[in-house]
Design a protein around this ligand. Structure first.
Ligand code: NAD
Length: 444
């Protein structure tokens, strides 16, 4: 949508000619508040870009925040009321897009941050979506399948006026999966009285899902790592990788990177990690966890470590692919890698950014590193609307093209603006959203 020249010579957005540039950024007060972390990066990038106050204010706030209270009959006959959120951050470049998180820790601030990151992520990879995110405060591990179905259906019903293929399109995130997306699709379809596959992505293949979606985020992580090692003139064969998180993103990245010749030294899930400097047999570990349903840490293939400690072992590429706030100002000095590729959203706090930069670590920020998932979600939405489905090789080729091009753009902007890759990615994104906003004008 925008040309590479755009941010190298950023336009001063005059909104009626009376606007002032954004003032010096304010650092996040509470380091572990992800919304403040997201804001801090946005403010630095907005200032570097010379964004004017009016547009800055417009982008800084979400368009809509909804809280729903979901009464659900449990299997034991009691009624529980769960709290759910949906934040629509921006529809400037297209309908809202973003996952639904089921977690006991999810909060409105977290959903707000994740929704804003979706806006920037979709803009970095230049797909025609805005940003949104949802969450329900619940522990899916403690709910039966039928309770989980009732939570999902009631949440979807409460939001069915706001969801829609042209309005806001959910997807999976932590604690949700293909089955839950199928229930979202069914509930929405019942409400609008027609089968509407394009209302949600990350669905099963039999229900309008896309080939390659399950692996997409992990594949995107690998494509970024391939580009980074090429740029740093490192060899892929034997390149040492540590991955924190062994869910959708982490396990798929591990499988694909193992197959491509990387040596995976460490893997961890919420209950602990494994480390082996000779490398872990990832396909066997995957079977252990996903076929045999055994705890990751009990796999006989390495030294046992805590989920956090794994982040500080020496490696060439560190991939946090679990949750937020793993690398902080307290521990960033212990990170010992050449490349930090963020598979998770917000694994590094804004306070830790400067420490990572000072250490000369090449960062692949979350809004680029994990954008493979939303890119193939976009492909899924396109296929659903066309009613015509692509081969897996076609999906993967298109994904590779998008990721490589986006990576190149971010690195180009980083050089041109003399900023790190994270701020460069925000600059690319904010500039694209600002251009679309300027073209649409201000409806009043
Ligand atoms: P998931 O629920 O499938 O897996 C999460 C994994 O992280 C599990 O292995 C869990 O045990 C582990 N984990 C949780 N807390 C941990 C901790 N404190 N320490 C170590 N491990 C921990 O979730 P996912 O879909 O793989 O998402 C992981 C991250 O990637 C999230 O930040 C999510 O927002 C982000 N993300 C996911 C997608 C996607 O397509 N699924 C796309 C973009 C970004």
């Amino acid at each position: 949508m925008s040309s590479p020249g755009a941010a190298r010579h950023p336009v001063k957005w005059a909104w009626g000619g009376i606007d002032m540039p954004v003032e010096a950024p304010i650092a996040a007060q509470d380091e572990l508040n992800v919304y403040e972390s997201a804001e801090a990066r946005f403010e630095i990038a907005a200032q570097k870009l010379g964004l004017e106050q009016g547009i800055y204010r417009y982008m800084r706030y979400p368009e809509r925040e909804i809280t729903v209270y979901i009464p659900v009959a449990l299997d034991n006959g009691l009624i529980e009321v769960y709290t759910g959120y949906r934040v629509l951050h921006s529809t400037v470049r297209g309908p809202g897009k973003g996952g639904i998180r089921f977690s006991p820790e999810v909060s409105l601030d977290e959903v707000r941050a994740l929704a804003a990151w979706m806006t920037w992520k979709c803009a970095v990879v230049d797909i025609p979506f805005g940003g949104a995110k949802g969450g329900v405060i619940c522990d899916p591990a403690k709910l039966s399948k039928s309770e989980l179905e009732r939570v999902t259906r009631r949440y979807t019903a409460a939001l069915s006026d706001w969801f829609g293929p042209e309005r806001d399109i959910p997807a999976p995130d932590i604690g949700t999966n293909e089955q839950i997306m199928a229930w979202v699709m069914d509930t929405y379809s019942m409400h609008v009285r027609q089968a509407t596959t394009a209302v949600v992505t990350g669905k099963p293949l039999d229900l309008g899902g896309s080939r390659g979606r399950r692996e997409a985020t992990g594949r995107g992580v690998m494509i970024c790592c391939n580009k980074a090692i090429e740029q740093l003139r490192m060899k892929r064969e034997g390149c040492r990788v540590i991955i924190q998180g062994f869910g959708n993103v982490g396990s798929q990245a591990a499988l694909l990177m193992h197959e491509a010749g990387y040596k995976i030294l460490g893997a961890a899930d919420v209950n602990g990690g494994l480390y082996n400097e000779k490398g872990i047999d990832i396909p066997k570990l995957y079977d252990w966890v996903y076929t045999l349903r055994k705890p990751l840490q009990e796999f006989d293939g390495g030294e046992k470590l805590t989920s956090r400690e794994i982040l500080f072992r020496p490696c060439d590429i560190l991939i946090p692919a679990a949750t937020e706030n793993q690398i902080t100002s307290e521990n960033a000095h212990r990170v010992d890698c050449r490349i930090l590729c963020e598979g998770a959203n917000g694994p590094t706090t804004a306070h830790a950014d400067a420490i990572i930069e000072k250490k000369g670590i090449f960062i692949i920020p979350d809004i680029l590193g994990n954008a493979g998932g939303v890119t193939v979600s976009y492909f899924e939405w396109v296929q659903d609307r066309q009613g015509f489905f692509w081969r897996e090789s076609e999906v993967n080729e298109r994904l590779q093209d998008v990721m490589e091009h986006s990576f190149d753009q971010v690195v180009l902007y980083a050089r041109a603006h003399n900023v790190n890759n994270r701020i460069a990615a925000y600059i690319v994104a904010i500039d694209r959203v600002a251009r679309a906003l300027k073209l649409r004008g201000f409806y009043a």
